[in-house]
Ligand binder design. Structure first.
Ligand code: PXL
Length: 281
């Protein structure tokens, strides 16, 4: 069984980062290990939150895992609470990178054109350095603009998205995709593997839904670990995310703070089954 370690915060309430990445990775049939970068009562999208920084825990946890000769098939980083943490995570990647280890960086920094509260102004330029350690990069449109120093605009034309992807690909070298791209009445993601572009668009449900980027990233890397090509993994992840958003929108009792991905997990498991089946024939 493949093993992923995902490094991001643990928000006790909020359906994001570790609390959503771990169940999605498990649903892919991949061992899900998590290292928390910070412990939050709830994510930063609430008016208030309590946060305990866990920066100083990263190095001893890494050293202990090495002592036990534990390795990973993929290292997946998400929300990182500070620049210092980014430096330590960069060291962790150097330590754990093997010939067949995929490094997946979701440069979680913001959404809807705005950087998340609590992150410093120089955060994007440091994140860009971490992105150079990645094989795969998965920013949303806001994060792609922050990384490339571009003015954000929700309706950036498709040709420009492709130009941005070429630049992002130069940073990581295997595959880059941008999520939250709009096209007519649709929303989806566009990816580039250095040779060709691929995309997947679904109906745009008109609800505010936090945490979609986190489940999309987890679903993508889970599918890759089960043998999906990058384009196939992107398709699977976008459709699963759409299914989760659709089910959230349909629930009159939905929480305001996060996507209800739980009911979409059976759909994801079914798609993973098809990927595995195709790999066998
Ligand atoms: O879903 C992204 C995310 C992850 N972690 C924390 C956040 C957010 C978005 O607001 O606040 C702590």
């Amino acid at each position: 069984m493949k093993r992923i370690v995902t490094i991001q915060d643990f928000s006790c309430v909020g359906k994001c980062s570790l609390t959503s990445a771990l169940p999605v990775i498990s649903a892919a049939g991949v061992e899900a290990c998590g290292i928390p970068t910070a412990l939050l009562s709830n994510h930063t999208g609430f008016p208030t939150f309590y946060s305990r920084d866990l920066t100083e825990e990263l190095t001893p946890i890494g050293a202990q895992l090495r002592r036990e000769s534990i390795g990973f098939d993929a290292v997946y980083t998400g929300y990182i609470a500070s620049v210092r943490q980014m430096e330590l995570i960069s060291d962790f990647i150097d330590e754990f990178r093997g010939a067949n280890t995929l490094i997946f960086v979701d440069p979680v920094m913001g959404d809807n054109g705005r950087i998340y509260s609590g992150l410093s102004g120089d955060y994007p330029q440091h994140m860009k350095k971490l992105c150079q350690k990645a094989d795969i990069l998965a920013p949303n449109l806001t994060e792609a603009c922050l990384l490339l120093g571009k003015e954000y605009n929700a309706d950036i034309p498709y040709e420009e998205i492709c130009r941005m992807l070429r630049e992002l690909y130069e940073l990581c070298g295997k595959y880059a995709f941008i999520t939250g791209v709009k096209r007519d009445d649709m929303i989806g993601a566009v990816g580039f593997d250095g040779v060709s572009f691929n995309d997947c668009f679904m109906i745009h449900e008109d609800i505010v839904c936090a945490g979609t980027g986190d489940i999309l990233s987890a679903a993508f890397i889970g599918a890759v670990m089960r043998g999906a090509q990058f384009s196939e993994a992107l398709d699977t992840a976008v459709k699963f995310t759409y299914e989760a958003v659709r089910l959230t929108a349909a629930d009159p009792d939905r929480r305001f703070y996060g996507v209800q991905f739980e009911l979409a997990l059976p759909y994801y498991i079914e798609q993973i089954g098809k990927i595995v089946e195709n790999g066998r024939v």
